[in-house]
Design a protein around this ligand. Sequence first.
Ligand SMILES: Nc1ncnc2c1ncn2[C@@H]1O[C@H](COP(=O)(O)OP(=O)(O)O)[C@@H](O)[C@H]1O
Ligand SMILES: [Mg+2]
Length: 322
Amino acid sequence: MLNQALAIANGKGGVGKTSLTANIAVMAANSGWDTLVVDLDPQGNLGADLGYRHLGRSDEGRALSKAVQFEEPLEPPVIGIRDHLDAVPGGRLTRELADVLLTRGSRVAAKAMDAALAPLTERYDLILFDCPPGDDVLGDLGLAMARALVIPIKFDTASMDGLELMARRFRSIKTRAINSELELLGIVLFDFNPNATALRRQVEDELHRDFPYGVRVFSRAIRHSQRAAYDMRRSGMTAVEYERAAAEEKEKRFALLQTDRDLLKRFGPAKSQAARGLADDYAVLANEILEAFTEPTIVITDTDDQPLLDIPADERVLESSW
Ligand SMILES: Nc1ncnc2c1ncn2[C@@H]1O[C@H](COP(=O)(O)OP(=O)(O)O)[C@@H](O)[C@H]1O
Ligand SMILES: [Mg+2]
C-alpha cells in the first residue's frame, strides 16, 4: 500500500473513472502537488484525456508491464506532461500483463506492484490509479496499492446494480488482506443533473443498502456535458484547460468577426462554452476529494496493551496517519 495513492475504480465502464482521474490529476498538479497517474486500463484512454497518446508518447503499458513482471523499479515513461504531472501509460501491453498476473493471483501481483512502485513514493505527493473495468487481477492492483478509493457512479440501472458488486469487492480486498488499510473515501455522481435533488436522495438511499456502514457522497456532482467531454478527449485537454482555450478562442473569433471573416470561416466549429460549468464542477470536486484524502485520520493508540476504555482520556495518545 502506498500512502499517497488514491484509486478511482468501478467495475463498470463508462462511469467517469478516466475523466475523473485526468481532471483531478491536473487540478492537483496546478496546485503544485507532484502528481503521478498510473493507467491500469488496457484501453489507455487516460492518454487521450491528458494528451500524451496523441503526442505519440504512450508506451502502451510497456514500462508498467515490465516493472511488475520482473519486480524492478518503475520509471514513469511520460515525464512533465504538465508542470508537476507525470504518467505511467496503459495500453495493449497492459492486457498482456493482465494475462501474466492471472496465473499468479492478486496477492502475489500486489507484492510485485509494490516492489515496482515503492521507490516512486518519495517523488510524488499524489499517485492516482485509473482502474480498468471488470473485477479481475488487474482491477485489484489499483485497490491493492491505494490508501483510499473513490467510486464514480452514473445513475442508471446497470451502474447502480454494479455498485453492489463494487461494495463486495471493496470488502473482499480488505478481508483477504490484500490491502486491509484501504479506505472508501466516497462516491462521485458522474454525468448527473445538479438540480435533481430528489434523484440524489434516491441514489443515497440505494447507496445505503450497498454500504450499510455509511458512505460519503461528494456534494459536487459532475454535470452532463457530452459535447465538451467529446472535444476534451479529442484534444487531450481537461475541463479547466478546455475552458481556458474556449475563452481565448471566443476572443479571437470576436476580433476576426470585425477584421477577417474569411479566416473566421476557416476556424471550424466553436468550442463548447459548456466547459465553464464542467471546469467549476471538477475544481470544487477535486478540492473535496483531496481534502478528504489528506484529512488526518485519528488513530487512538493503546500504548501498553490495556483495554482503551480503562485508560483516562487525557493519557490516550493521538496520532495522525498523514
Ligand atoms: N460530463 C460528461 N457528460 C457526458 N459524458 C461525459 C462527460 N464526461 C465524460 N463523458 C463521456 O463519458 C464516457 C465515459 O467516460 P470515461 O471517463 O471514459 O469513463 P470510464 O473510465 O469509467 O470508462 C466517455 O465517452 C466520455 O467522453
Ligand atoms: Mg476508463
